[in-house]
Design a protein around this ligand. Structure first.
Ligand code: MG
Ligand code: MG
Length: 259
């Protein structure tokens, strides 16, 4: 069942989404070689609680942390550890917040120090996939139009598109209908309507699309061990058009200050 949100509900969701955005901005300033992912996690939890939110991932089906931190070949759902980040790593930081009864859920993939050009390109193309998908989130279109836009651009660039994990509806639950796959055909799937809120989140691999799960029961890695990137926004359909409730502005501001 797809829940349609009122304008008031969407404004509450924007607040949750922006709390995630600001959290990612705080984290962005701290990402450098030598930093322990567990430190980033503590910082995020404190910031979210100080700002009237609750970390949405912590305790979700037993997940132990506030952030999912997925490094290099890890696609998503990585558990923050005390193993320091290294120059040349790429890391996906995914964060969820519950505020006023609604969820925000969004993610950014970062470079740690200087990274290889092929990784820079993977990050850029994955982010572009996200925006191409968002552009299709108009009322009257179908979920498959979002999926197709993401898949076709990723594959045109020679990348693998993860099949087993997908974007989703978002609201009073962290994962609502409909599923938003990153692969599919134009014109397929549920019709998009005003008041839908979607978490759109391409997970794009440098090599094969295939994945496996680590024995920790959470971390998803690429089957070939090549790196993977992940970007996610929360998008509401308003007056027929996509409106991004989250923002990368805080992250991008932080990244400019570091340089
Ligand atoms: Mg997420
Ligand atoms: Mg999500």
């Amino acid at each position: 069942m797809i829940y349609i949100k009122t304008r008031e509900e969407i404004e509450m969701m924007r607040e949750a989404a922006l709390t995630v955005s600001r959290t990612l901005g705080i984290i962005a300033r701290e990402i450098k070689p030598g930093v322990e992912p567990i430190y980033l996690d503590k910082l995020a939890e404190q910031f979210i609680r100080d700002n009237g939110g609750v970390p949405a991932f912590k305790g979700y089906r037993g997940f132990p942390a506030t952030l999912c931190i997925s490094i290099n070949e890890a696609v998503v759902h990585g558990i923050p550890t005390n193993k320091p980040l290294k120059e040349g790593d790429i890391i996906s930081v995914d964060c969820g917040v519950k505020k006023n009864g609604f969820y925000g859920d969004h993610a950014y993939s970062f470079a740690v120090g200087e990274i290889k050009p092929e990784l820079k390109q993977l990050l850029e193309i994955t982010k572009e996939c996200l925006y191409l998908g968002i552009a299709q989130a108009c009322s009257g279109n179908r979920i498959g139009d979002i999926s197709f836009a993401i898949q076709s651009f990723a594959e045109k660039n020679g990348y693998g598109v993860v099949r087993e994990l997908v974007g989703h509806g978002l609201g009073k639950s962290l994962h609502e209908d409909p599923e938003v796959p990153n692969y599919g055909k134009r014109g397929d799937g549920p019709k998009l309507k005003d008041g839908m809120v979607l978490a759109i989140e391409p997970m794009i691999n440098l090599g094969t699309k295939n994945i496996k799960q680590l024995e920790d029961g959470w971390t998803i890695i690429t089957a070939d061990g090549l790196p993977s990137a992940h970007f996610e926004h929360d998008v509401a359909i308003i007056n027929g058009k996509p409106e991004i409730l989250s923002t990368f502005a805080y992250v991008e501001e932080a990244l400019t200050l570091i340089k």
